[in-house]
Design a protein around this ligand. Structure first.
Ligand code: ATP
Ligand code: MG
Length: 401
């Protein structure tokens, strides 16, 4: 099953990078996960495919190679993809396919190079094959110069067991590691710019990420919950193999309690973040997640100082990972734009509980003293007693219960 024109087939070649560095058992496990993710991503897009995974590559045989390559380029662990012509594993067939491609894409006068690889023993070695194909192109198209160091046009030919392969473009993937290869993590997802980017970075590094949004009720801006849900939808586009899920908890009672107990306003942000981490830790335990992710960053806002971050992490033994800790805001925004989570529109996202002057170095003692006025355990139970679940797939909400 591959797109076919006059005897030649079009297939997709998928390359992966870092997996090569692993020991054999780990490598095969990771490649298995990558293959599963690729197959599921294609299946969920309604694309039939068959795959083969010879050393260092994955080949996809499908009737819809262009769409398949586009979808697979979003699967984490994929370094790049190429749409290839597959012919018989014979020098003449490879030469003819290379010539046809070069005639289509070359604009002389220009420099070019043929890169040849041989994984399957035929009469010619790699260098001879490269020269054979190169001279055929050189003779057939006037105005060409060979430049093996810095060519304007490169064409790749490979002799493999499944056939001769020819291509001239590489479409970049995301790199990283296959989803699920690094276990589960739970991301605190807000309506902001940072937390989706932080979650994306962890997804890219192989974490299977689920999400929790803390709804502040009347303390949150009117558009916060919908915007956090939109963030989830955007992130789901980066998980084409399966739906992503978000738990929404309503924490209005916690903010009410801070007001009723007259918690010093300057401590509210740290107390709020500690409460969120506690909520996430309880959910992480239930879901078997080994870490909590946040979009916190060093010095971005008054509450995000080293001293405060230490006090915020102090409520749980579950590790709190902050992938953006050293990012400048501009770097985060650039990445958000690149991955499509920068929403542009603002709406009412203001938190009504934020004081004018949040503490920049809340001490553990001051925080504990303030928390003693609140029934933290009772509030946690109350908030977690009624939760809402949202699932998103391919950019859209699936179910709302
Ligand atoms: P972001 O940092 O994502 O741009 P923000 O600026 O609204 O959002 P901060 O006050 O900087 O949020 O909070 C730091 C981190 O705490 C966020 O990156 C996110 O991980 C988490 N967080 C904040 N608000 C919420 C919320 N309502 N629900 C879940 N997590 C939240
Ligand atoms: Mg922020």
């Amino acid at each position: 099953m591959a797109a076919e024109t006059s005897g030649t087939k079009t297939i997709v070649m998928v390359r992966y990078g870092e997996l090569f560095l692993k020991s054999d058992p780990v490598k095969y496990h990771f490649i298995g996960l990558l293959l599963r993710n690729i197959r599921q991503a294609l299946k969920s897009a309604g694309i039939d495919s068959r795959s083969e995974s010879p050393r260092g590559r994955i080949f996809l045989f499908t009737d819809r190679p262009d769409e398949a390559a586009r979808i697979v380029s979003r699967v984490f662990g994929v370094v790049d993809t190429s749409i290839c012509t597959l012919v018989a594993a014979e020098p003449d067939a490879v030469r003819d396919a290379a010539l046809a491609l070069a005639k289509k894409h070359l604009e002389p006068p220009c420099t070019f190079a043929v890169r040849a690889k041989r994984q399957y023993k035929t009469g010619m070695n790699s260098q001879e094959l490269g020269e054979y194909v190169g001279s055929a192109i050189y003779d057939a198209i006037p105005g060409l110069t060979v430049d093996l160091t810095n060519p304007e046009y490169e064409i790749f030919v490979e002799m493999r067991e499944c056939g001769g392969i020819v291509y001239d473009e590489r479409f970049p993937g995301q790199g990283g590691l296959p989803w699920g290869s690094q276990g589960k993590a739970l991301a605190l997802l807000s309506s902001g710019i940072d937390s989706p980017v932080a979650a994306w970075l962890a997804m890219k590094r192989g974490c299977e990420v689920s999400f929790v949004h803390v709804d502040g009720g009347r303390w949150a801006g009117a558009d916060v919950k919908a915007t956090a849900t939109e963030n989830l939808c955007r992130l789901s586009l980066w998980c084409p193999q399966e739906p992503v899920s978000m738990t929404i908890v309503n924490a209005e009672a916690f903010y009410d309690a801070m007001q009723q107990e007259r918690i010093p306003p300057r401590l509210r942000c740290v107390l709020c973040k500690r409460f969120m981490i506690r909520l996430a830790a309880r959910l992480a335990l239930n879901e078997g997640a080994a870490a909590i992710l946040t979009g916190e960053n060093l010095g971005q806002v008054a509450s995000q100082t080293l001293a405060n971050l230490a006090v915020i992490s102090d409520v749980t033994p579950v590790p709190v990972l902050r992938p953006l800790i050293t990012y400048d805001k501009a770097e985060t925004v650039d990445l958000a734009r690149k991955i499509g989570t920068f929403l542009g529109k603002q709406g009412d996202l203001a938190c009504r509980a934020v004081p004018k002057m949040p503490a920049t170095a809340a001490t553990a003692e001051a925080v504990r003293e303030a928390e003693e006025k609140l029934d933290i355990a009772g509030l946690l139970d109350q908030v977690l007693a009624s939760v809402e679940y949202v699932n998103a797939e391919n950019g859209k909400i699936l179910t709302k219960e």
